[in-house]
Design a protein around this ligand. Sequence first.
Ligand code: DX5
Ligand code: ZN
Length: 216
Amino acid sequence: MRMISASILASDLSRLSEEVKRVEPYIDMIHLDVMDGVFVPNITFGFPVLEAVRKCTDLPIDAHLMIINPEKYVERFIDLGASIIAVHYEACVHLHKVVYQIKDKGAQAYVALNPHTPIEMLSEILEDLDGVLIMTVNPGFSGQKFIQSSVEKIRKLSEMIQKKGLKTKIMVDGGINENTVEKVVCSGAEILVMGYGIFRSDFASFKRKLEAIKCF
Ligand code: DX5
Ligand code: ZN
């Protein structure tokens, strides 16, 4: 299964609802990049924008929380309509607790890993997760260059998931485009987050490429 989640951070936010409508037929989810200026060197948006997006579409919304102390806010993101919540491993002292806070509220719990964080950090918690979000750029901005070493990381994670017989999804985020998609999909990524690749590029050509990928 290959799914696309559109990161509205790369859209024209002055025309948010038109932008969501424009890409809606081609995608499976909307990705909301929440940044606090502390965990990452950028500030984006939070609850009001989630509410606005919720009104624009019935697609599932996944909230990628690049914030410290996410446990203070996860429940409100779920109440406002996010059905997947990704918290960063690097931002959680009590990761297990946050994961269950999300799951007990009925949402799917994903844990995001910065590019330098090894997947082994999740070995004791993997079976509790609905998904892992592998950052393929340093979090903070759309339009950055894909980090090549992520490919091997995705492959290792996919192997770990299979060995444990789990159904944990692998989501990838950052620099996914026509040039990088084949590598990530064939390494085991199932959900592709896309910012520039969908809002600022020739998406039809990307879609053709994605559909033609055959992994051996
Ligand atoms: C980066 C964000 C990404 C970003 C993706 O911190 O988490 O979701 O918006 O944008 P592209 O696809 O342009 O790298
Ligand atoms: Zn993101």
